[in-house]
Design a protein around this ligand. Sequence first.
Ligand code: SF4
Length: 410
Amino acid sequence: MNRAARIRSMDCCTRHMKKLNGTVIVTYRCNARCTMCNRYKAPSKPEEEISIETIKKLPPMYFTNITGGEPFIRTDLKEIVRELDKKSDRIVISTNGFFTDRILDLCREFPDIGIRISIEGLEQTNNEIRGLPDGYRRGYETLRKLKEMGLKDIGFGMTVQDRNAADLTALYELSDKLGMEFATASLHNSFYFVEAKNIIHDRPMVARHFEDLVNELLDSNSPKKWFRAYFNHGLINYIYGQKRLLPCDMSYDTFFIDPYGDVMPCNGTKEKWVMGNLNRQDWDELWSSPEAEEVRRRVRRCDRQCWMIGSVSPAMHKYIWGPAWWVFRHKFLRFYKKKKYSMYEIPAVRDYRDGKVTKEQLDACSTCDLNAAADNGLSAASAAQLKDRTGEEIVAEDLAGQMTGDTRKR
Ligand code: SF4
């Protein structure tokens, strides 16, 4: 049965069930050393990581993101994708692009899959931020080879911060020249990133680079890019600590599942909010449980104001009129009045420029807490590994085992 027929037949069996947007965190192991994410210091234990049996219990999804840690550290990733492919209309894997051969091998079997490689700027900036030896060249080479193979859904992902904001438009232009997607994010603090101290220091400088990007995107002929412009406008609003431009409906039709089978609304919370555990429960029981309902109530009261594509993309589809009106207004102003987008349309950006709010006041609106110890969301067994060794040592040993063919570890 081909893919379309399989999805049609799955649709038929699950007519009563609305398809969801899911993110599967297959591992917390990571070989990068990013400055804005400490996950590499807190890896999951391979033996505990989400199994194929648990993956089989996931519901039908219209979009599935596979992420980590670094997902390609798992040597059984292909089997995981094989299962997810049966229940997902579209799959995108977020990766640092380091394991080129594994990525190419997987894409040979799944040429419709999406691959997003994190690149944090031009060569020097990227390698400083991600701490991966030769990371830029390897990531870029992986993308180039995927392009040669004819893969359509490929692109860069960049987490914009003070150190790399100056490279933002250059990287966008590079991706555009190569005919690739370009996804942006900014700094967040959460258990997922094992971080509580991420913050943008020079907001006007970073916002100015986002403003340039918004203008380039609005200049294009692609409606998809116009909506990306709106997303980046939302990022300026976010780095100024303002209320999200759209409601957050995570846990209603969107979920995350972590390597331990814990189902959560998102990856933006300070500590994990658990709706249930898919290793122990079946999906319907978990999704309609009192614990899941309680998490939904918490989401309604959540004040973290994240602006990450995982929570914003479903909201942009659901509340399409807000973004559509913004796009229409800006295209109209450009075309008829030759007026470019300005970051000063956001009141907080104007207020800061005019001295009506201070940097300290804006800092206080962020989730950065210099006194907080970041939660890492690890299980007791994964945390116990860290008694005698660092996360970096554990993952390095694990990877060395994989290279020498020790298959006891996934
Ligand atoms: S705003 Fe939404 S995505 Fe962010 S932590 Fe709260 S519930 Fe999660």
